[in-house]
Structure formats: structure tokens, C-alpha cells
Unconditional design. Structure first.
Length: 119
């Protein structure tokens, strides 16, 4: 039985090595295609600063994976808003979890005051 297991493992390992060689070969070919395309652009202009590109890219808002999942799984966000409005009383009556913490009503009105600039 051990001999049979060893033969199967050798066959599977040989197939895996062959797949890895093919993958590496295709990865090298793809890298060469990218390098050829980059070389076709010609020399890098003197006015182009890679640091500026990184600075611009870092200022762009990148969506977190959690917000992407929430956004894509919720097909109609209007339903969530409707649900929050219809359940407002139920949500407002939930007691704070920690002592000294405000309830949702107080937090909502404080947020409105900050948005208006009154607080």
C-alpha cells in the first residue's frame, strides 16, 4: 500500500512541477510583453516625477473591502433607509450599553447641531 501511495505522489508531484514550469514560462512571457510595451513608450519625460504620481494616487479614496462588500450585497440601499425610519422608535428606545453613554436620540440631535454649526 505504501508503494502505491508513493507512486501516486510521484505522479502528482511531476504534474505539479510541469504546471509550475508552464506557469513560470507564461509569467516570464507576460513580463517580457509588459517590458516591450513600456519600452515602446520611449524614455521617461524629464517633467514626470514618480513621487508626484504616488502622491496623487495616495490622495484618491480607496474603498475598504468591508464597505465594498456591504455596498455590493445591499442591492437597494433605499430599503435600509426606509427600514431605519420605520424602526426609529424601536431603535431610539434601546438603552445605552455603557454607563454615561448617550442614547441614540441625543446622539442624533448632537450630530444635527454639529452639521448646522450650532455646536
Amino acid at each position: 500500500m505504501n508503494f502505491g501511495i508513493a507512486v501516486v505522489q510521484d505522479i502528482q508531484l511531476a504534474k505539479l512541477e510541469s504546471d509550475m514550469r508552464d506557469f513560470t514560462k507564461s509569467a516570464q512571457e507576460k513580463q517580457q510583453e509588459l517590458q516591450d510595451a513600456w519600452d515602446a513608450f520611449g524614455p521617461t519625460p524629464k517633467w514626470l516625477d514618480p513621487a508626484d504620481l504616488i502622491k496623487v494616487q495616495s490622495k484618491t479614496v480607496v474603498e475598504s473591502s468591508d464597505s465594498f462588500i456591504e455596498r455590493t450585497l445591499n442591492a437597494n440601499p433605499g430599503i435600509l433607509g426606509y427600514d431605519l425610519i420605520s424602526r426609529f422608535t424601536e431603535i431610539a428606545l434601546i438603552l445605552p450599553e455603557n454607563v454615561g453613554e448617550d442614547n441614540i436620540i441625543t446622539n442624533v440631535f448632537e450630530t444635527f447641531e454639529r452639521q448646522r454649526g450650532a455646536a
